[in-house]
Write a protein that binds this ligand. Structure first.
Ligand SMILES: [Zn+2]
Length: 383
């Protein structure tokens, strides 16, 4: 027996209460409206039900989980990189997946680690789903309640570690990142087969693990943030360090990320090396709290209009909610032809433009919104 249940608040009360082992009480107390009675022994449980006196009744658990906004690393610590920060703000607002391309030492990991701190706050349901997956492994602590998960597996991680598996099947990094961030640094170094497996959960939000004897379905609604160098040496397009990689080598390197996977990444941005004068400056970034406020406001616009984030809009919903004005549509069509986009890529740019318009408080998608969205799709070779 792991728990007992009884009615609290008299015979007419409809509120449910749980008797649980003391070790699980803190986690269970995260469920709103549930009353928890922690017990150390079965004798205490019997006494609780049989007893009439106050001494034998179990006492109600008081949750220690903080309801304050959780604390994350802050964007205020990041020098320069205004364009990358702007792109991350857009990605956070619309839930868009993002790939950062740039030479080593430009702070791509530092930017990624600060990303969870500007996302819209977790709802109770999201926090419970996340806690439920984490508690399947050893890793849940009630002190992390409502903290967006941030998982950054190394590129040498096995397929099982990344997507889940084993016997009995256990969730992998993509599920532990459910309702949070999966950060894949040095994306081309990951096993290509493993990367291809990401395509399904990126679309569906869950992963099915099949083993000979059993099948398991785990949630995997993560937001992908990835980073990579532009070429094997890392310095392609960088003026100070000369890159000697041949075009062939560059193509092979970038080609490790397949077209279909790239197609599913909404935004691809360049993160440049900091100009020398920026390196000497103190960190002067805008604090995460200020960015988070704009993100939340623009996120609420999306919920009010369509009940979901822009990245999750389906084909028919895109037609309904992402209508560009005439000039914007013309610009988009020109870019599509010139850059040889797939229909999928076209729709992604439109969704990102919708998010940029939401941040600007604009009901209509206009030319500047589309122009910015197009910039977020030009970091790598055309595809
Ligand atoms: Zn190079």
């Amino acid at each position: 027996m792991t728990y007992a249940m009884h009615k609290a608040g008299g015979s007419g009360g409809r509120q449910r209460a749980f008797i649980l082992p003391r070790a699980n009480a803190e986690e269970a107390a995260l469920v709103r409206d549930a009353t928890i009675f922690p017990a150390d022994t079965l004798l205490q449980v019997c006494a609780h039900f049989a007893g009439r006196s106050a001494e034998t009744r179990l006492s109600r658990h008081r949750s220690a989980a903080s309801q304050d906004r959780p604390s994350y690393p802050d964007f205020a610590d990041v020098k320069g990189q205004a364009q990358a920060k702007r792109a991350l703000e857009v990605a956070a607002t619309g839930g868009h997946s993002l790939l950062m391309v740039g030479p080593p030492g430009t702070g791509k990991s530092m930017l990624a680690a600060r990303f969870p701190g500007i996302l819209p706050p977790m709802t109770d349901d999201e926090a419970l789903e996340s806690a439920a997956v984490q508690s399947l492994t050893s890793g849940y602590s009630a002190s992390r309640w409502k903290m967006r998960p941030y998982r950054a597996p190394h590129h040498t991680a096995s397929g099982v570690a990344l997507v889940g598996g084993g016997s009995p099947p256990r969730p992998g990094e993509i599920s532990l990142a459910h309702r949070g961030i999966l950060f894949l640094d040095e994306l081309p170094e990951f096993d290509r087969k493993v990367l291809e497996v990401l395509r399904e959960p990126l679309e569906s939000g869950h992963i099915t693990i099949s083993r000979a004897a059993r099948q398991a379905d785990f949630p995997a609604r993560f937001q992908l943030v990835a980073a990579m160098n532009p070429c094997p040496c890392g310095y392609l397009g960088h003026s100070a360090n000369k890159c000697r990689c041949t075009p062939d080598l560059v193509a092979r390197y970038q080609g490790k990320i397949s077209g279909p996977l790239l197609d599913r990444i909404d935004m691809q941005i360049q993160v440049g090396a900091l100009p020398h004068e920026d390196l000497l400056k103190q960190a002067d970034g805008e604090p995460s709290a200020a960015i988070a406020e704009r993100v939340e406001h623009a996120f609420e616009r999306q919920l009010a209009r369509q009940g979901k984030a822009n990245h999750a809009l389906t084909g028919a919903e895109i037609d309904e909610h992402c209508k560009p004005d005439q000039a914007a549509e013309q610009l988009l069509r020109t870019a599509m032809t010139k850059l040889n986009w797939s229909a999928r890529a076209y729709h992604r740019v439109l969704k990102v433009a919708r998010t940029i318009a939401d941040l600007a408080g604009s009901a209509t998608i206009t030319q500047p919104h589309v122009a910015e969205a197009i910039q977020y799709r030009r970091a790598l070779r055309d595809h």
